[in-house]
Design a protein around this ligand. Structure first.
Ligand SMILES: CC(=O)N[C@@H]([C@@H](O)[C@H](O)[C@H](O)CO)[C@@H](O)CC(=O)C(=O)O
Length: 322
C-alpha cells in the first residue's frame, strides 16, 4: 500500500491525516425495509480484512437522505462497534449532511460521541446557500457541534446545485473553525481540485469522489479517494494510487489500464437508474451479503437485469470471492 493511515487515539484525532482508500458504503436493508445491522457487521469485517484505510458511511451510496435521523445514528454506531470488535483500523467518516441544520448538528454530536474519526456534510439542496459566506456560516454551525472531530466539506454540485470553489470553502472555512480538515471532492473541475490540493502547503485532505477521475487526481498529487466501486475493485484504485505518478512507462500503463477498467465498469452500471441497486446485487454476488432493496423512490433492478449485469461484469474479468 502506498499511503498509510494511522488509527488515532483521542489526542491524535485532530492532527491525523486522511489518505488512501475509503469505500462509500451501502446500507443493507431487510426485506421489510428495516436496516440490517447484522449485515453491517459482516460488511465492516470485509473492509477490515481487505485493508481499507477507512469508509465513508451514510453518504449518497448509503441512501442517507432516505434514512431517518435515528436510522443514521444506528448505522454509524454499528460501523464503529464492528471496527472495534474486529480490531479494525478503519477511519470512519460519518456523513452528517441533512436539509435541516439542526438535524446535521444532532448527527455531528452523535458521530463525535460514538467515536467517528471524521464528519462530512454536503450543502442543503432545497434552501441553498446563495453565497460563499452563507455556505461557510452553515458549515460552521454544524462543525461547532462536533468541535473535536475533523470536518470534511462534501462538494457535490451535481446533486446539491451548490457550486462554490472548494479551495475557497477550505480557506474561508478554516478561518472560522479549526476542525476544517478537507473535502470530499465530487466534481469535475480539476483546476479547483488542483488548487485545493496545493492550498496552504497541502494542509488539507482532498478525497476524490468521482472514480472516473482518480488517475487525473493522482497525477496532480491526490492521495485520497472515496468511491462506491471501491466495494468491488479496490485493487484497481490501489494500482492507480501506486502507479499513477510512475516515471516508468510500464507502471503508468498499469494505472491507465485500471482507470479504463473502472470506466468500463460504470458503462455497465449506468444502464440502471441509480448506482445503489446494481451495487447491492454486485456485493451479494461478490461477498454473499444480502443488501436487500433500495428505498423508494429509487428503482430496484429486477433479478433478470441483475443476472445480465453480473454476466457483463464477468466478461470484463470481475470474479466473485465466494
Ligand atoms: C455521488 C456518488 O455516488 N459518488 C460516489 C461515486 O462512487 C459515484 O457513485 C461514481 O463516481 C459514479 O458517479 C462516491 O464518490 C461517494 C458516495 O458514493 C457517497 O457519498 O456515498
Amino acid at each position: 500500500m502506498l499511503f498509510t493511515t494511522q488509527q488515532p487515539d483521542q489526542n491524535q484525532k485532530m492532527t491525523t491525516r486522511f489518505t488512501g482508500l475509503y469505500p462509500a458504503t451501502l446500507t443493507p436493508f431487510n426485506k421489510d425495509g428495516s436496516i440490517n445491522l447484522e449485515g453491517i457487521d459482516k460488511y465492516a469485517k470485509h473492509f477490515i480484512d481487505g485493508g481499507m484505510d477507512g469508509v465513508f458511511v451514510n453518504g449518497t451510496s448509503g441512501e442517507s437522505m432516505s434514512l431517518s435521523i435515528n436510522e443514521r445514528k444506528k448505522v454509524i454506531e454499528e460501523w464503529v462497534a464492528a471496527n472495534k470488535k474486529y480490531n479494525g483500523k478503519l477511519q470512519i467518516i460519518a456523513h452528517i449532511g441533512a436539509q435541516s441544520v439542526e438535524d446535521s448538528k444532532e448527527l455531528a454530536k452523535h458521530a463525535e460521541s460514538v467515536g467517528a474519526a471524521g464528519i462530512s456534510a454536503m450543502a442543503p439542496a432545497f434552501f441553498k446557500p446563495k453565497s460563499l459566506e452563507q455556505l461557510i456560516e452553515y458549515l460552521n454551525e454544524i462543525a461547532k457541534a462536533a468541535s473535536n472531530t475533523p470536518f470534511f466539506y462534501y462538494h457535490f454540485p451535481g446533486i446539491t446545485g451548490v457550486d462554490f470553489p472548494v479551495h475557497k470553502v477550505l480557506s474561508e472555512g478554516a478561518k472560522k473553525f479549526s476542525t476544517m480538515r478537507g473535502a470530499k471532492f465530487t466534481g469535475y473541475d480539476m483546476r479547483d481540485l488542483n488548487k485545493s490540493i496545493s492550498l496552504e502547503g497541502g494542509r488539507f485532505d482532498l478525497l476524490n469522489g468521482f472514480e472516473f477521475l482518480w488517475l487525473p487526481a493522482v497525477s496532480i498529487g491526490g492521495v485520497g479517494a472515496v468511491g462506491l466501486s471501491a466495494n468491488l475493485c479496490p485493487e484497481l484504485f490501489r494500482d492507480i494510487e501506486k502507479y499513477g505518478q510512475d516515471k516508468d512507462a510500464k507502471g503508468l500503463a498499469k494505472a491507465q489500464e485500471a482507470q479504463r477498467k473502472i470506466i468500463q465498469l460504470f458503462d455497465i452500471i449506468e444502464k440502471q437508474e441509480n448506482y445503489m441497486s446494481p451495487f447491492k446485487h454486485i456485493m451479494k454476488w461478490l461477498i454473499g451479503i444480502d443488501f436487500g432493496p433500495v428505498r423508494t423512490p429509487l428503482k430496484n433492478m429486477t433479478d433478470s437485469e441483475a443476472e445480465e449485469m453480473i454476466k457483463q461484469l464477468e466478461a470484463l474479468g470481475f470474479k466473485t470471492n465466494q
